[in-house]
Write a protein that binds this ligand. Structure first.
Ligand SMILES: Nc1nc2c(ncn2[C@@H]2O[C@H](COP(=O)(O)OP(=O)(O)OP(=O)(O)O)[C@@H](O)[C@H]2O)c(=O)[nH]1
Ligand SMILES: [Mg+2]
Length: 242
């Protein structure tokens, strides 16, 4: 089953948790309890395909933002939330968006801009047009939503899954596909990565990989590298590919 890593971002109190919990559990959380970090898993069928969504509900309050770079790196799709009743929460998203683009090293990232609390029309200070304009600047999709009144809640997450599918059609992490690649024995991706490494990084990479294989008592030829070990290696050593 395909897995989708979704990250929900935005200032404190905009309704990130309320939207996430409404989507995952179908309930509206009335009480405001600032999040440190919560993750949820939900299996859904989208366009006839079973998907496992892993949703990271992040902290909007400033003191908990040190982890941002890390989860931006691993996130595949982003929900950027502001509240239509608080101008500052709208303005705060520019910086978050800049950070995503910097961490991902591309502006072409699956993303939905969400103006939440649209049930509070009488308290609105951010117009729909402003939201649409910002989404245009971010080159992303836009929705107004209400976690309270269940407006556009699943639509946000389904939209992201579709964006991820259309932007990463080859990056299927379905088990079947993975197996096919491994069976082939030729680690094309690895070869390409190695080709792209700078010379000094390449030596560094190879010696680290060699010592990892020796430590783990793994026999390898120069052409055939065990993918599990490679993944472990990349995860543990956090090697930065150039
Ligand atoms: N009227 C209304 N209130 C909402 C809506 N979404 C969230 N709220 C309320 O706004 C408050 C904050 O919501 P949270 O979901 O906790 O906000 P958050 O973005 O997760 O905040 P942090 O975890 O601090 O970053 C809560 O009291 C919610 O009940 C909505 O769509 N409409
Ligand atoms: Mg929260």
């Amino acid at each position: 089953m395909k897995e989708y890593k979704i990250v929900v971002l935005g200032s404190g109190g905009v309704g990130k948790s309320a939207l996430t919990v409404q989507f995952v559990q179908g309930i509206f959380v009335e009480k405001y309890d600032p999040t440190i970090e919560d993750s949820y898993r939900k299996q859904v069928e989208i366009d006839g395909q079973q998907c496992m969504m892993e949703i990271l509900d992040t902290a909007g309050t400033e003191q908990f933002t040190a982890m941002r770079d890390l989860y931006m790196k691993s996130g595949q799709g982003f929900v950027l939330v502001y509240s239509i009743t608080a101008q500052a929460t709208f303005n705060d998203l520019m910086e978050l968006h800049d950070q995503i683009v910097r961490v991902k090293d591309t502006a072409d990232v699956p993303m939905v801009l969400v103006g939440n609390k649209c049930d509070l029309e009488e308290e609105r200070v951010v117009s729909r047009d402003q939201g649409q304009q910002l989404a245009k600047n971010f080159n992303c999709h836009f929705m107004e939503a209400s976690a309270k009144n269940k407006i556009n809640v699943p639509e946000i997450f389904y939209n992201l899954v579709r964006q991820i599918n259309s932007k990463q059609p080859d990056k299927s992490n379905a088990k079947g596909n993975k197996k096919k690649k491994e069976k082939g024995g030729c680690c094309c991706l690895l070869v390409n990565k190695i080709k792209n490494l700078k010379k000094e990084n390449l030596w560094n990479f190879r010696s680290k990989l060699d010592s990892r294989c020796v430590r783990k008592n793994i026999k390898k030829s120069s052409e055939q590298v065990n993918w599990d070990i490679l993944n472990l290696f990349i995860l543990n050593e956090q090697l930065a590919f150039s």
